[in-house]
Design a protein around this ligand. Structure first.
Ligand SMILES: [Zn+2]
Length: 240
C-alpha cells in the first residue's frame, strides 16, 4: 500500500511540477511585459518633461518681450514729456537740457528696439520648437498608447493561462500532504521553479550531476521519494 501511495505521490508531484514550470515561465513573461510597458511610459514622460521645459522657455521669452515693450512705452512717454517741455522753454540752458533728454531717450529707445527684435526672434524660434515638440509628443503618445494596448492584449492570454495553472496547481496540491507540499515549495524556491526532475542514466536532469548507483536503483523502484544529493530536487524515473 505504501508503494502505491509513493508512486501516486510521484505522479502527482510530476503534474505539480508541470504546472510550476508553466507558472514560472508565464510569470517571467508577464514581468517582462510589465517592464516593457514601464519603459514606454518612461519614454513618454521624458518627452513630456522636455516639452514642459520648452513651454517654460517660451513663457520666459514672452515675459522678456513684454518687459522691453513696457520699458519702450515708458521711454516714449518721457520723449513726449521732454518735447512738451521743449516747446515751453525760456532759456537756452533749458532748451539744451531738454534737447539732451529727448536725445538720450531716443538712443535708449533704439537700444531697446534692437533688443526687442532679438527677443522676438528668439521667442518665435522657441515657439516653433514648442509647436514641433507638441506635435511630436502627441504622435508619440498615440503610438505608445497603441503599443501598450497591444502588449496588454497579447499578454491577456498569458494572464489567463497563468490563472489556470495556479488553479490547477492548487487543486493538485490539495491531494498531497502539506509537508510534501512544503517540501515541493522549498525545493522549487531553491531551484528557480524546478522541484521535481527526471533521472536519466544516473544523471539528475536538474543539475546534471551523477547520482550514486544505489540511489539510482531506489529512484527506479519508486518506492520512496528520493532527493538529488546535489540540488535537493525530488527525483523520479521515467519508467514509473
Ligand atoms: Zn540534482
Amino acid at each position: 500500500m505504501k508503494d502505491i501511495t509513493t508512486k501516486h505521490e510521484i505522479e502527482t508531484l510530476v503534474k505539480l511540477q508541470e504546472a510550476e514550470t508553466q507558472i514560472v515561465r508565464l510569470n517571467a513573461v508577464l514581468i517582462k511585459v510589465e517592464k516593457e510597458k514601464e519603459k514606454l511610459s518612461a519614454k513618454l514622460m521624458q518627452f513630456e518633461n522636455a516639452l514642459q521645459e520648452n513651454k517654460e522657455n517660451f513663457s520666459r521669452a514672452k515675459a522678456g518681450c513684454r518687459d522691453i515693450e513696457i520699458e519702450i512705452q515708458v521711454v516714449d512717454d518721457r520723449i513726449i514729456k521732454s518735447n512738451e517741455k521743449l516747446r515751453m522753454v525760456k532759456t537756452n540752458k533749458e532748451y539744451n537740457l531738454f534737447l539732451r533728454e529727448v536725445d538720450d531717450n531716443k538712443k535708449r529707445k533704439d537700444v531697446l528696439e534692437t533688443e526687442l527684435l532679438e527677443y522676438l526672434d528668439e521667442k518665435e524660434e522657441i515657439g516653433k520648437t514648442v509647436q514641433e515638440s507638441e506635435n511630436e509628443f502627441h504622435l508619440l503618445k498615440d503610438k505608445i498608447e497603441a503599443e501598450q494596448k497591444d502588449i496588454e492584449k497579447k499578454s491577456k492570454d498569458d494572464r489567463e493561462l497563468l490563472d489556470e495553472y495556479l488553479a490547477r496547481q492548487n487543486e493538485i496540491g490539495k491531494t498531497l500532504e502539506s509537508s510534501l507540499m512544503n517540501r515541493f515549495a522549498k525545493v522549487s524556491k531553491m531551484n528557480n521553479g524546478s522541484a521535481v526532475v527526471a533521472v536519466e542514466n544516473e544523471v539528475c536532469m536538474g543539475c546534471f550531476m551523477n547520482i550514486p548507483p544505489q540511489l539510482y536503483i531506489e529512484v527506479q523502484r519508486g518506492n520512496s521519494l528520493i532527493s538529488c544529493p546535489q540540488c535537493s530536487r525530488i527525483l523520479y524515473h521515467t519508467n514509473i
